[in-house]
Design a protein around this ligand. Structure first.
Ligand code: HAM
Length: 451
């Protein structure tokens, strides 16, 4: 039997429904913040990631899927979305449009050749967003609050926002020197990769997966102590805006991020729910003012964020968030003979076009087995087609919960179902907000209703 590749997942059943729900919430929230959807290719020139993400990052040195295509081009499956978005921004001269800054979001598959474990896949899906062309601290705060709001709209409660600042180039340079001075006397205690990182890119030692438990890393100098006045002031402004947007956060000086393009604000959002393994970071991002220039574009200040959807699905399941996922159908159409079957085919089409979720039998089940199938599909109603009723322009409808049956005129079937199904939905829709609000709050709840 041929099996899926290591670190890849088949998404189906309930997980697929949660996944689609996440996509809907992401689309709806991005629309409110006025971010435009962007789709860039999964394959890009290998050089884009080497220059963009950084030659000494784990992602580039160990984790890319590289190949040479039939035209001898060096191609890489994208490990993340930001570099491709910036390439597209430059190539399509988006910096020249009057509508600035450019606010875009994406949702797509990325590839990282990592050691597969829970929450760490080789094929992963991220949604993410970027603001290109603004250095305003409000844009930093907006990206963080947008990310938090998506998690809130999905119903997640147990999240924690960690922020930090790497500062501008001058501050980063000072920090780099301090790291080299700190690690140099202890070089023998570091892994082989870190020995090389020391001169090339000492910041990368801090997110080494091999040395991560070494106390040396924990006690290393912190970025915040090396910020110049301007960078410190900017970081404070970001925090002021976060307070205005009512985003709760913690300053965590250990957040340095695993990609080289960052400066100033960096942040990660963690799931605090019990049962999550070590890969509990739902998403992360930060400011990358130098990337556009590095990729031969104009100097453009940018900030963005990306979230792994697989981890998000896990968090929603672990937190047992009550998701508005449709796991039932409105009507199951049952029949016995060929004439009834033809009518079932016609009627299912009519009712689906009228907006109902309808299913029927396609494998010649007995009537008894069709009842069982209706139960398996959680049918709210069952229509038992019968030639005699149909000749009288009638149909037998059974409420599959109460087991009550009625024979009604076919002329009123749509009105009948509409009233029954929509009235019941109104009664069973409960508020999904905080327990304390008891449905008396006055805001949009993730169940889609205004309470
Ligand atoms: P990142 O931290 O590398 O940032 O990835 C963001 C998120 O993608 C992670 O927090 C995690 O949820 C998910 N993720 C990453 N790797 C894996 C994996 N192997 N398996 C499952 N999930 C994974 C970026 O990608 C940046 N492009 C974010 C950004 C946007 N910065 C600025 N703009």
């Amino acid at each position: 039997m041929i099996q899926k590749q290591k670190g890849c997942n088949d998404i189906y059943g309930r997980t697929a429904k949660i996944w689609k729900f996440i996509d809907t919430v992401v689309d709806a929230t991005m629309e409110k913040y006025n971010y435009n959807y962007i789709r860039t290719p999964i394959i890009e020139a290998t050089e884009l990631f080497h220059r963009g993400i950084g030659e000494s990052t784990d992602i580039v040195t160990k984790e890319t899927y590289d190949f040479v295509d039939r035209g001898k081009r060096h191609i890489t499956l994208r490990p993340e979305g930001t570099a491709g978005v910036v390439r597209s921004y430059i190539e399509n001269k988006m910096y020249g449009t009057p509508n600035q800054p450019v606010k875009v979001y994406y949702n797509g598959t990325m590839y990282r050749y990592e050691r597969p474990q829970s929450g760490r896949d080789r094929e992963l899906t991220q949604f993410g967003m970027e603001i290109l062309g603004s250095d305003d601290p409000l844009s930093d705060a907006e990206i963080i609050s947008l990310a938090v709001n998506i998690y809130k709209m999905l119903g997640l409660k147990e999240i924690k926002v960690n922020i930090n600042s790497l500062g501008d180039n001058e501050s980063r340079q000072k920090y780099r020197e301090a790291l080299i001075a700190y690690f140099k006397p202890h070089i023998d205690e570091l892994c082989d990769d870190c020995k090389e990182r020391l001169e090339k890119n000492p910041l990368r030692i801090l997110d080494c997966k091999v040395d991560q438990d070494n106390p040396l890393l924990k006690n290393a100098p912190k970025t915040l102590d090396f910020l110049n006045e301007e960078s410190r002031d900017r970081f404070e402004q970001v925090q002021d805006y976060l307070d205005i947007l009512e985003v709760k956060y913690e300053i965590n000086p250990n957040i340095v991020r695993g990609l080289d393009y960052y400066n100033h604000t960096v942040f990660e959002i963690e799931a605090k729910v019990a049962g999550f393994g070590s890969n509990n970071v739902l998403g992360g991002g930060g400011r990358y003012n130098g990337l556009c220039r590095m990729l031969d574009g104009p100097d453009t200040p940018c900030i963005g964020f990306a979230c792994g959807i697989g981890r998000l699905v896990q968090a929603l399941e672990l937190e047992q968030v009550d998701l508005p996922i449709v796991e039932d159908i409105d009507l199951f159409l049952m029949y016995v003979n060929e004439e009834e079957k033809k009518y079932a085919a016609y009627l299912s089409q009519e009712l689906r076009l009228a907006g109902f979720i309808v299913d029927t039998d396609y494998v010649n089940r007995s009537l008894k087995a069709q009842f069982k199938q209706a139960d398996r599909l959680n049918a709210k109603y069952i229509a038992i087609l019968n030639s005699e009723d149909l000749n009288n322009n009638e149909i037998k409808i059974k409420n599959n919960k109460t087991k009550e049956e009625e024979i009604i005129s076919l002329d009123v079937l749509i009105y009948y179902l509409d009233e029954k199904i929509n009235t019941e939905a109104d009664i069973t829709d409960e508020c999904q907000c905080d327990d304390e609000c008891e449905g008396n709050c006055s805001h949009d709840c993730h169940c889609g209703h205004h309470h």
